[in-house]
Design a protein around this ligand. Structure first.
Ligand SMILES: Cc1cc2nc3c(=O)[nH]c(=O)nc-3n(C[C@H](O)[C@H](O)[C@H](O)COP(=O)(O)O)c2cc1C
Length: 281
């Protein structure tokens, strides 16, 4: 089957997911001699319109793993803003060295339910936004090599799909056989160092005196929760994505919630080994 378009669609507060998704889309687009349409739905204003795709297009669709699943505050966007109309899709998740648990299968299910035919899927290891002791610097050059190889395999698989009347194909491919439990179980429950539950839902970033009011933090917050009048005030929900922390040029944003820090230490103690990328074709 010949592709007539390719899109890189992602939610990516700190850029890991974007890196993986765009790399895959670029490799396939290059082979096919077509351009990539980039749809970044990280910021609130990018979640105001419905995006429609069509048969013959391929969508590489990525989110990070939060608590073993698609970030819960972003799930409604995934469920309402994207209409496949017979387009092919590749669900992709990035995870911070612990586990992707059921995020990939959840994303595959959502895409299939919204008019996409999934042909492959992948979970890539990326530095955990909570700690640079967990998969530091990943995806690195070795990971990118594997990501490019995966992209090539996806392109070959699509080329091998026979053309026909069913959304451009002779037969609809079976949903990508990704790892995960169906129906998707509850979110992973974070633990503290002593093994007790870690509830840090209410934690918010704090601001040190080095803040010079540049306003970058407010512009990058995926929830639009940092007040544009006072960058030290969090007015809405915080998903702990670390976009404000990582984008601050003077390192003025930080979290000091003791339960959240205890969870991070628990992760560092138990998940320091390099986790493996997983691809499903
Ligand atoms: C609230 C939250 C929960 C997370 N939960 C998990 C998890 O369950 N398993 C895991 O391995 N990584 C987890 N991570 C790490 C992210 O999945 C990882 O750093 C990801 O690459 C971030 O993507 P981004 O750079 O596109 O924002 C979590 C990160 C956050 C902010």
């Amino acid at each position: 089957m010949k592709l007539k378009g390719i899109a890189a669609v992602f939610f990516s507060p700190t850029g890991n997911t974007r890196k993986a998704v765009v790399e895959i889309a670029d490799v396939i687009a290059h082979r096919e001699g077509i351009a990539v349409r980039e749809i970044d739905f990280t910021l609130p204003r990018a979640r105001e319109e419905v995006r429609k795709f069509e048969a013959g297009e391929l969508v590489i669709f990525g989110t990070p793993v939060y608590a073993g699943r698609i970030p819960n505050k972003i799930l409604p966007a995934v469920q309402t803003l994207f209409e496949g109309n017979g387009a092919l899709a590749v669900p992709v998740v990035t995870f911070g060295n612990r586990s992707f648990d059921n995020a990939l299968i959840e994303l595959r299910i959502e895409l299939e339910q919204h008019g996409f035919h999934t042909v492959a899927g992948a979970a890539f290891v990326a530095e955990h936004v909570f700690s640079n002791k967990l998969a530091a610097g990943r995806p690195d050059e070795k990971d990118l090599e594997l990501i490019r190889r995966f992209a090539g395999d996806v392109a070959e698989k699509i080329k091998g799909l026979e053309e026909g009347p069913l959304d451009g194909m002779a037969e609809i491919p079976a949903p990508a056989a990704v790892k995960g439990i169906e129906p998707v179980p509850a979110y992973y429950r974070p633990l503290q160092e002593d093994g007790s539950p870690a509830n840090f839902l209410k934690a918010k970033p704090k601001t040190s005196d080095s803040c010079n009011d540049c306003g970058i933090c407010a512009r990058v917050c995926p929830m639009g929760s940092i007040s544009p009048e006072d960058y030290r005030t969090v007015t809405g929900i915080c998903i702990k994505c670390q976009a404000c922390v990582k984008s601050c040029p003077v390192h003025a944003k930080f979290f000091d919630d003791p339960v959240m820090l205890s969870h991070t230490r628990m992760l560092e103690q138990h998940y320091e080994r390099p986790a493996e990328n997983k691809v499903f074709l």
